[in-house]
Design a protein around this ligand. Structure first.
Ligand SMILES: Cc1cc2nc3c(=O)[nH]c(=O)nc-3n(C[C@H](O)[C@H](O)[C@H](O)COP(=O)(O)O)c2cc1C
Length: 351
């Protein structure tokens, strides 16, 4: 049924359909009928970063940038949903068109550029969600879908002041997230990926950890920090990042974001010339290579959440076999629909 629906949806502009589909899903959810179209969530609890996830399969950041659709997305079978990337101030993102489907490759190129309504609006949306009202002050409740909030910097903020943007967002979202992701790996915010390197990375991590300590004491609640990295890193760079993450005692790493590279095997060569980050099936091997090198460099001392190119249950299994503790999906969900979530969760449950 989903492949028929996809054929229809793919007749229209990618970004228009993105907004339309999420709005439709939320609307159907308010009628109580969404459950009719989606299998019950697979129950396979796993504890990572001190949090019990109802299953190991999550939605990656970027689909629900403003946390408007938590109620619907948390009904799709995911064990966790990551919203954002959100920035301190609202910003429009890059000019359209900025989202392209490479259908023959089961891939997407995007250069959205952190289009979002700002952190205050995101927090309002979380507070208004039924998910939040039912979460009962985040007290561990069996089977609650876990919420990650992914934070970034505004395009207009100079790179040397980037830490201020992360601190502002962290302060605002702290009481509304199960975990917080520090996104330093989007290819669509000029200079952002420079934050992944050298003393600049250590400075950023130390300031974020200090803020976490301050907020956890003030709120009597520890919210873990995950750092999301790019796939466009060589082994020496991964080792350097891993050492700095270990030194700062970061709680988890998410590997990986989209890639700037373009595998020569891509079938949609013309669309492949569009600027932006490539995601989906063609990045599986690249992303898993980074995952393996990262797991080795971290010596399994920090859990890794694997994302990048998962298009089947076997791909999810490959990520777990490579050392990941959890997986996330974005592009595969667009191409395969909710069945991919239950397929992945089931195979991970039984492994
Ligand atoms: C349209 C689109 C927008 C995205 N926006 C974000 C974002 O705002 N923040 C982020 O950390 N990752 C973002 N991502 C990256 C995904 O979270 C994920 O890391 C990447 O797509 C690789 O996974 P996939 O191959 O399953 O799609 C975006 C991806 C896509 C396709």
């Amino acid at each position: 049924m989903y492949s028929l629906l996809r054929k229809f949806l793919f007749l229209f502009d990618a970004e228009v359909i993105h907004v339309f589909s999420l709005n439709m899903m939320s609307f159907i959810n308010t009628t109580g009928l969404l459950k009719l179209f989606i299998k019950k969530r697979i129950d396979a609890p796993v504890t990572v970063m001190g949090i019990t996830f109802p299953n190991a399969v999550g939605l990656a950041a970027g689909m629900d940038k403003n946390a408007r659709h938590i109620d619907a997305l948390s009904q799709c079978g995911f064990g966790f949903v990551e919203v954002g990337t959100v920035t301190p101030l609202p910003q429009p993102g890059n000019d359209k068109p900025r989202l392209f489907r490479l259908q023959a490759d089961h891939a997407i190129i995007n250069r959205m550029g952190f289009n979002n309504e700002g952190v205050d609006t995101l927090v309002d949306h979380v507070k208004q969600s039924n998910w939040y009202k039912r979460s009962n002050g985040f007290k561990q409740k069996h089977g609650r879908c876990i919420l990650g909030i992914n934070i970034g910097k505004n395009k207009a903020t100079p790179l040397e002041n980037a830490v201020d943007d992360y601190l502002i967002c962290m302060q605002q979202v702290y009481n509304y997230a199960d975990y917080i992701t520090i996104n330093i790996s989007s290819p669509n915010t000029p200079g952002l990926r420079k934050l992944q390197h050298g003393e600049g990375l250590s400075d950023l991590l130390i300031q974020l950890k200090n803020k976490q300590t301050e907020l956890s004491q003030k709120n009597q609640r520890y919210v873990p920090l995950a750092v999301k990295i790019a796939p466009d890193l060589d082994e020496a760079e991964i080792k350097d990042i891993a050492d700095r993450l270990l030194a700062a005692e970061i709680d988890a790493v998410i590997a990986t974001n989209t890639t700037n590279s373009r595998p020569s095997s891509l079938l949609c060569q013309q669309l492949a010339t569009e600027a932006g980050g490539l995601s989906g099936q063609p990045i599986l091997d690249l992303s898993t290579r980074v995952l393996k090198q990262l797991v080795k460099a971290l010596d399994s001392k920090i859990p890794v959440i694997a994302v990048g190119g998962i298009a089947s249950a076997a791909d999810a299994m490959e990520k777990i076999n490579a050392g990941a503790s959890l997986v996330q999906i974005y592009t595969g969900f667009i191409y395969s629909g909710p069945k991919l979530i239950s397929d992945c969760a089931l195979v991970l449950k039984n492994h």
